[in-house]
Design a protein around this ligand. Structure first.
Ligand SMILES: [Zn+2]
Length: 237
């Protein structure tokens, strides 16, 4: 990991200090250096960010880094433009999305998010093994009941029976789950605030506490998402 200070070197063209992407003195695009997305946008590693400012910065940088800009006579500079532009797009896509931004920051902080990743889920489904996912405590009762109903529905379908009342019951559960899913974003924002308030020299223990809350929330979120998908599959098949 490169610390932000290392990203600022001298411009290859005019020799003055430069920004991460292009020289502030002569405007020439600089070779990309491996920086994290927050550094790319010169943002602190905080989770509350002004979406309007980020968007403005994105369009501003897009324009300045555009590979087709006629000022780019130098072939190297054109290549760097291309690389920087694609880095810019990745950084923007990641940071503008609240969940992606949170996941990205957690990874930067060394958190392994693999267990709730899409590939892990798909692998588990493909091999037929049940993915070990802990049921969030506040969902225990609901999940238990819902799974029974889904089981019943599958049985009925096998027998060619039709039970609109059961489908309606399941639909109500699904609606509840979707509400909980939506509410998670508000809860997440409270953890963002906790994270952003941590001083730069905060003890690791305090940092971990907030990280754990965010990881737990993301796990609950992916649990609900998988469950809703199961419901959809059971009802539609
Ligand atoms: Zn320069």
């Amino acid at each position: 990991m490169i610390v932000p200070g290392d990203a600022t070197a001298t411009c290859w063209s005019c020799g003055t200090m430069r920004a991460v992407h292009f020289c502030s003195a002569c405007g020439k695009v600089q070779p990309p250096v491996p920086v994290d997305y927050f550094t790319f946008f010169a943002l602190p590693r905080k989770l509350n960010l002004d979406a309007a400012v980020l968007e403005r910065e994105f369009y501003e940088l897009s324009r300045k880094l555009h590979p087709d800009l006629c000022a780019r006579a130098d072939k190297r500079e054109q290549e760097w433009s291309l690389e920087q532009s694609s880095l810019l797009n990745d950084a923007y896509r990641t940071l503008k999305d609240p969940i992606k931004r949170t996941e990205y920051l957690l990874r930067l902080e060394g958190v392994e998010l693999e267990e709730q990743s899409k590939t892990a889920t798909e692998k588990a489904r493909a091999t037929g093994e049940i993915k070990k996912q802990v049921v969030p405590p506040d969902l225990l009762e609901e999940v238990f009941e819902l799974n029974m109903q889904l089981e019943e529905l599958r049985m009925q379908k096998k027998l060619g029976e039709d039970d609109p009342a059961l489908v309606e019951e399941i639909g109500k559960h699904k609606l509840e789950l979707e509400k909980k899913y939506e509410a998670l974003l508000e809860e997440l924002k409270t953890y963002w605030a906790e994270w952003d308030q941590l001083p730069d020299d905060a003890a690791e223990e305090n940092r971990r506490k907030v990280r754990d809350k965010m990881v737990d929330l993301l796990n609950r979120r992916s649990y609900i998402r998988n469950l809703v998908r199961d419901v959809n599959e059971a009802v539609e098949n």
